[in-house]
Design a protein around this ligand. Structure first.
Ligand code: TYD
Ligand code: MG
Length: 454
């Protein structure tokens, strides 16, 4: 028996090294090399029937103008959110990677997709048995004779089944559980992930069948395995949300066939994930509330306008150092806002505890919610209830000035659609008042807001 060969792979770029070293010679990252044993076997991997018969033709360079162009062929799913995120459906022959924390609902989302698809699909699971998948399908309350289930992890056996079934869509749950017999390292190792993905890409491109891969993420929230995995696939989706909340968001990190600004929102229910086509309505909790400390921001998530509720609680600090805590909003930005309120508007919040929460467990990076954050904090601090038909969309600068934000027209249109009466924005913004009912109020600085509301 041949002696097993040991090589070292870089976890960042996937480069191979004959011996261990501190720094990867290819991407120059430190401490990223891991040891793996490989022994080459003569076992075959994916091969299309045409490739078996003909000798592969050599590729020939051609003029750009001679290349025929067709609009990519897409499979439209019943899931409108997923269609939009993917840029209008699943592109045939593409590889899509869906990453997310354990238990977030990746398997549920993709099984649901198969169960709703009119074309023949194959769901391959290396994590659950066929019975467990059946139980999940029962929970989703769907059955579909076009959906085939295979519980296996060896790519050779999987391709064998694929050749028999000839599905039009393949789902792999998850790429970390697959192993190919061509190399000998254990499943989940860098060389296995890389080789299995390469085999799947070859299969997808040769047969024009889309493959959807589920990927685990590591502690830092990055996709587990080599960085090169994300370079190899056509589309990378991230499934996120707080496990304690029912909302789930699919974000696009990379898409060769569409925009990366799209976003899909779902709600996890007892019978699977439901699409939320009008998220603003749900995220604004109880519209008729009479509590101080809540305000509504007109924000954008990707390209979608979204109305979200912000809650603040300002109370006298019990201990010497006041507490500042925020959920869903950058804590540093909260400190900055408090400093602006103190310095530019004369509010003494230095001795107060301030808690901030964005409802629905969603993280918002959009600076346009600054004004709503200020409104919520002042509302709680003064114990004055804000009109629930007012909303806010502006950024706050260090001088306390109210600054304009991008895509304001879209935000105004959404607020108008949902029946808001007033929207507070920056004074130096151009707005066309066409067909909107709501009143637009332009502010110069935080002081203007205070005068208007309190
Ligand atoms: P799952 O798809 O297994 O997550 P992942 O594949 O990302 O690890 O989903 C797990 C959670 O979803 C689990 O805690 C139970 C919950 N769930 C529901 O609430 N309703 C359902 O209909 C299903 C199938 C799962
Ligand atoms: Mg799963």
């Amino acid at each position: 028996m041949a002696k097993p060969q040991t090589v070292y792979y870089c976890q960042n770029c996937g480069a191979q090294h004959p011996k261990w070293q501190g720094q990867c010679h290819s991407c120059k990252e430190w401490n990223t090399l891991v040891e793996e044993i490989i022994s080459k076997s003569s076992k075959k991997t994916w091969q299309s029937s045409s490739a078996k018969n003909n000798k592969t033709k050599l590729p020939k360079a051609s003029k750009l103008s001679d290349i025929s162009f067709e609009i990519e062929d897409r499979i439209k799913t019943k899931d409108e959110e997923l269609n939009r995120v993917l840029g209008g459906g699943i592109v045939k022959g593409s590889l899509v990677l869906l990453g997310g924390e354990p238990g977030i609902g990746k398997s549920t989302l993709l099984l649901q997709l198969c169960l709703n698809l009119p074309v023949k699909s194959l769901y391959i699971s290396g994590e659950e048995s066929s019975k467990q998948i059946k139980m999940r399908a029962e929970r989703i309350q769907k059955s579909n004779d076009n959906c085939f289930i295979l519980a296996d992890t060896s790519t050779q056996r999987i391709f064998n089944q694929i050749n028999k079934i000839e599905p039009e869509l393949v789902i792999v749950d998850s790429i970390q559980t697959l192993h190919t017999e061509v190399i000998e390292s254990s499943p989940g190792s860098i060389s296995q992930i890389r080789t299995c993905t390469a085999e799947l890409i070859k299969y997808a491109k040769e047969t024009n069948t889309p493959v959807l891969l589920i990927g685990h993420i590591n502690k830092e929230g990055h996709l587990a395995g080599p960085k090169i995995l994300e370079h190899m696939v056509d589309t990378v989706l991230q499934f996120e949300g707080d496990q304690n909340f029912i909302y789930r968001i699919v974000r696009v990190q990379k898409n060769r066939f569409g925009s990366t600004n799209e976003l899909g929102i779902y709600e996890m229910q007892t019978n699977g994930l439901k699409q939320i086509l009008n998220p603003s309505k749900i995220l604004i909790s109880n519209q008729e509330h009479d509590l101080s400390g809540t305000s509504i921001a007109a924000t954008l998530e990707g390209m979608r306008p979204l109305m979200i509720e912000i809650q603040a609680l300002v109370s006298t600090a019990v201990y010497g150092t006041p507490q500042r805590s925020s959920t869903g909003y950058n804590a540093k930005r909260l400190n900055m806002i408090l400093a602006v309120l103190e310095k530019r508007a004369g509010f003494k919040l230095g001795t107060k505890d301030v808690f901030l929460n964005i409802t629905g467990g969603i993280n918002i990076d959009d600076p346009a919610i600054d004004l709503a954050v200020i409104a919520a904090i002042l509302s709680s601090s003064h114990d004055i209830v804000l009109n629930y038909r007012y909303c806010f969309a502006a950024e706050i600068g260090l001088a306390g000035e109210v600054r304009p934000v991008p895509r304001l027209e879209q935000r105004i249109a959404e607020a108008d659609k949902l029946g808001f009466e007033k929207i507070f924005i920056a004074h130096n913004t151009k707005t066309s008042k066409n067909n909107v009912q709501l009143e637009i109020i332009k502010l110069k600085s935080v002081v203007d807001l205070v005068e208007y509301l309190f």
